[in-house]
Design a protein around this ligand. Sequence first.
Ligand code: UDP
Ligand code: MG
Length: 321
Amino acid sequence: MESKNEKEMTTISFIFPVYNEEKGIVLFFKELSKELTNFPKNFSYQFICVDDGSSDDTFSLLKTIKKSNSNIEIIRFSRNFGKEMAIKAGFDYAKGDAVILMDCDLEDPIGLVLPMINKWQEGYDVVYTTRSSRNDTFVKRNTALAFYKVIKFLSKTPIFENSGDFRLFDKRVVNALLRLPERTRFSKGLFNWVGFRSTSISYERKVNKGRKTKWNYSKLWEYSLDGIISFSTIPVRIWTYIGFFCSFISLLYGGFIFFRVLTRGIDVPGYASLLIVMLFCNGLLLINLGVLGEYISRIFIEVKHRPLYIVDEHLKQEKEL
Ligand code: UDP
Ligand code: MG
């Protein structure tokens, strides 16, 4: 495999979506900066912190950190737009030859950064990371498993299990990702949709016990629906088949009734079976409408063409790249 051109100076852009991380952010940047002292001499880096409308002290802490680190750029959203939008903003502003997307809650191991860069230099365009163990609760582990099974069945785009957003992307991949303008952004799918040569590094997930995840079940449910609907049209198409099946059964049953009336005369009892069939078909129709509605509401969001995020403040890094 061809290795990346050895350029005079290589820049790595780090993207950090940050939302209410006042507890750990200072420690995170301290640890990361320590790790980066091992950076090869011909490497420079840029930290793009996208403050996703934090309501705690995160923004002022970031500004303080920026005073002692000239490589930090801060983009502050006007409100909380969600991690996916923070990632998009990071890609929009990144200028490096490669981009590393990373959470800043110390759950993504900092020690993997250099091995990821090594893999990139070997010639891979995407280096993703996979967690060798999930420290989730029984319910969360199994609902996640069910989600991956469903999406694997429904979508042609591979979506990796146990793989988060902690990834490295070559500039070419970033440019490809920037060409995807959709508003419903299911990054896990989009990252794989663009393709390119990729490899993975596996690691043991360390859970930051002092910190609660920002994903509750209703958010996870929404995220799963977004994922399935953005990457599959089977949920709509399946209703055509269900419709055909029901019509076929109705035809058979209709023929049977017709024949019975002809041979035995009009049969009045039948209230129960009539009601069951009616209720069942109405239920099917309502589910069908619901599924259609999910797609239509997303089309509605897309056609409004609202900006994906609004920037309140942009504090550029001192050293221009
Ligand atoms: N995050 C964000 N916007 C949000 C929620 C989260 O930018 O609305 C950031 C958060 O600060 C963290 C990363 O996204 O850096 C992952 O969030 P979290 O740790 O809650 O998710 P988990 O690690 O449980 O997947
Ligand atoms: Mg986390």
